[in-house]
Design a protein around this ligand. Structure first.
Ligand code: 13P
Ligand code: SF4
Length: 354
């Protein structure tokens, strides 16, 4: 539905009034009505890097989810305030690994005698606590656009990787990009004693995958791929690496949201594409590229928004900006200093990856 013109006008006026004091970042999964007001858009990696691009901006309004705003707070100056327009914009995947569970997992690895060989690699989609754990134990953060480089680095530091919290990104990167086999991977289930693994299994494994997943990308199946290939002959299937292994294995191309956009920009006229990622982005790309005669469809027949990304809407953005105009900071995201220092270590290792 078109945005409420009154709200659009209010957002414009508030942003103009704030001028250089405010810097608005928007993840690619945000609604069109929000993206319109973003100073920069990007995938998780680009936004982590860009967050620090405007050290003069007092307020950083992060249109994305909670872990992204936390990372922005960690990577920006102490005098800059990071704001998440709706505090309920979390990420169900990030919630699948708590600090207590991960500490318990480390005890299990220690008991099995393997902890010394293990380097943690945590997906950006994790809480600041998990990032701090990662930094403390010599590991790095990764995103979907640099997971291979992060794993290359980690396997130079140690023999095994504990990959948190997305089992699919971990498995897909290990098998597709690193030449490891499915048998090199085991899944640690935080809801079972000892993760549901024996000490022998932990000793034999190269990749210890945390049992987390994205419920949005989990909806795509091998059937979705087969159906679309039948419906649209010659279609290119392009999916996000948070999809299940069998979906990624059946796809033609795999990459982050930024990769998906670049691939479609470079695609020839008349080409056909089925995209396996969040629906706000796919719809925006379908509209944008229709003029260039590129046919872009959503990979599945059912709709598939990320409900928490969608919580950031124009009314929340207007409320945030108008509050700032009135001199009131709402929904500030602030990571405590101790957590921040270790989490920053892990994030900086990622930013320094070749
Ligand atoms: P990227 O934007 O890094 O591809 O990540 C997708 C995602 O799920 C963010 O939550
Ligand atoms: Fe989290 Fe999945 Fe939503 Fe990304 S798309 S924010 S991983 S729930």
């Amino acid at each position: 539905a078109p945005s409420d013109p009154d709200l659009v006008e209010r957002a414009r006026a508030a942003k103009a009034e704030l001028g250089d004091k405010v810097f608005v970042l928007g993840h690619h999964y945000q609604r069109d009505e929000v993206i319109e007001f973003a100073d920069v858009t990007g995938d998780s990696f680009k936004l982590a890097r860009d967050a620090a691009a405007r050290p003069d901006a007092e307020y950083i309004v992060f249109c994305g989810v909670h872990f992204m705003a936390e990372s922005a707070d960690i990577l920006t100056g102490d005098d800059q305030q990071v704001i998440l327009p709706d505090l309920a914009a979390g990420c169900s995947m990030a919630d699948m690994a708590t600090a207590e569970q991960v500490a318990e997992c480390w005890d299990v690895l220690t008991e099995a005698g393997v902890a010394e060989q293990v380097v943690p690699v945590s997906y950006m989609n994790s809480s600041a606590d998990i990032k701090a754990f990662t930094g403390k134990h010599g590991g790095t953060i990764c995103t979907s656009s640099n997971a291979k480089r992060a794993l290359d680095w980690a396997f130079e530091q140690g023999e095994k990787v504990l990959f948190l919290p997305d089992q699919h990104l971990g498995r897909n990167t290990a098998v597709r990009d690193m030449g490891l086999s499915l048998d090199d991977c085991v899944v640690y289930n935080p809801h079972k004693p000892n993760g549901g693994l024996t000490a022998e299994e932990l000793r034999a494994a190269k990749m210890i995958l945390w049992r987390g997943h994205c419920s949005v990308h989990g909806r795509f199946s091998l059937d979705s791929v087969n159906d679309v290939r039948e419906r649209i002959p010659g279609v290119n299937v392009l999916v996000h690496p948070e999809c299940k292994h069998e979906v990624v294995a059946a796809a033609d191309y795999v990459g982050s949201t930024e990769y998906i956009i670049k691939a479609l920009e470079a695609a020839p006229r008349g080409s056909k594409w089925a995209i396996g990622t969040e629906l706000n982005l796919v719809r925006r790309l379908a509209n944008r590229f229709a003029a260039e005669d590129k046919e872009i469809v959503f990979l599945d027949k059912t709709v598939c928004f990320c409900s928490t990304m969608n919580r950031i809407d124009l009314p929340h953005l207007v409320w945030t900006l108008e509050s700032l105009v009135a001199g009131k900071v709402v929904n500030r995201i602030q990571v405590d200093r101790e957590t921040e220092s270790f989490a920053k270590l892990a994030l900086e290792r990622m930013l320094a990856l070749p």
